[in-house]
Ligand binder design. Structure first.
Ligand SMILES: [Zn+2]
Length: 371
């Protein structure tokens, strides 16, 4: 998720570009220079074709940004916070903090992107129509952008998760059957089918039409869709599983009380298999330490260097489900939760424990699959 370049903040959303976009940008520019503009405006020089192509690629890139921003703004208006958007090889992916609250919110948010692309297509078409009898170069750029935005809108409406159309499908399914897990699994299955069909259509283009460029593009797109759908299913099943577990399953109630100036070396020798410690001051717990054996290798280090004040943790109850806890840890960036009130905690939840629990579950799943 982090393998991208920050390009700025708009509407309090962090925009990032995945490194693969540099490649895409170059590919589209070269494609336009060689395959599109020499035929659309043969009278222009090669350097004019280059300028047209670079401008067109930039405007295409901006179009995808508008599509993603539309999702985010409508999502936010419907109670789905979006913190960042990363532009990937085949478009964009909004980083959502939570799942939608209702089928209506899901459908509105999903439809906003393709709607924005349709509007952009119309806008570029108007520009094309205006300039066709005046400046052919501008008209050619506008026509290509109108077409590509139309393709983006229609392609994203294909009914398979994680495409926008798949989200719409999930929203409708969820609304009609009142079964969110069933709707998600169904929309993901459709996503895998759509992925395979797109890939097969790519092979058709290569074998029958000898159109290598379109063919390979579609095969890559199909493969990407199918594998993303499969990953989404794994993540979703994990969420369901986390939802069934509560804080009580991972809580640590036995963290020894230690003073601030205790050295890590001493802790390691005295409590070889403990990880969590609390720091009481004037009868109240003020901080927590999560301590790994490797930290003890620095002889001068004391507890004070690792202590995390209680107000930087999140407050939970023992009955809260773990999905809720993980989401809140994600949102706040905190990896410790305190159960039972910060003035008189009954125990603590650590991100490391959650990760271990999930890994053990994944190992069991793997063993189960093999038999
Ligand atoms: Zn979209």
């Amino acid at each position: 998720m982090d393998s991208g370049i920050n390009i700025g903040r708009v509407f309090n959303i962090q925009f990032r570009v995945h490194y693969s976009w540099v490649f895409i940008f170059a590919l589209i520019t070269v494609f336009l220079v060689w395959q599109v503009f020499p035929y659309a405006v043969p009278g222009e020089t090669r350097s004019t074709h280059w300028i047209m192509s670079i401008v067109t690629s930039l405007l295409f890139f901006l179009s995808i940004l508008v599509h993603e921003t539309a999702h985010s703004l409508i999502g936010r208006a419907n109670g789905i916070p979006v913190r960042s958007i990363t532009l990937y090889l085949f478009g964009g992916a909004a980083q959502m903090d939570r799942e939608p609250a209702s089928p209506g919110a899901e459908i509105k948010m999903a439809i906003a992107g393709p709607l924005a692309s349709f509007l952009l297509a119309a806008l570029f078409w108007i520009v094309y129509d205006f300039y066709i009898s005046q400046v052919l170069a501008i008209a050619a750029v506008a026509l290509w952008l109108a077409q590509i935005n139309l393709i983006v809108a229609v392609f994203n409406l294909l009914p398979g998760f994680p495409l926008d159309g798949g989200r719409v499908l999930r929203g409708i399914w969820w609304h009609v059957r009142d079964d969110y897990p069933g709707a998600t699994r169904g929309a993901i299955l459709f996503g895998r089918i759509v992925g395979v069909l797109v890939g097969v259509s790519g092979l058709y283009f290569v074998i029958v039409h000898r159109d290598w460029l379109a063919g390979i593009w579609l095969v890559l797109l199909g493969w990407y869709l199918e594998s993303t759908a499969r990953t989404s299913l794994k993540q979703f099943e994990l969420q369901i599983w986390l939802k069934k577990h509560t804080v009580a399953d991972v809580i640590r109630r036995d963290c020894p009380r230690i003073s601030r100036d205790t050295s890590l070396k001493y802790l390691h020798d005295k409590y070889p298999d403990r990880h969590c410690f609390v720091i009481p001051e004037i009868g109240e717990i003020t901080g927590i330490v999560w301590f790994e054996a490797k930290d003890a290798t620095l002889p001068e280090t004391t507890v004070a260097d690792l202590v995390i004040p209680l107000d930087q943790t999140i407050a939970v109850e023992t009955g809260d489900n773990l999905l809720e806890v993980v989401q809140r840890m994600n949102e706040t960036g905190s990896d410790i939760a305190v159960a039972g009130g910060q003035s008189d905690p009954v125990g603590f939840v650590f991100l490391d424990d959650l990760v271990n629990l999930v890994n053990r579950h994944a190992d069991n799943q793997g063993a189960g699959d093999a038999t």
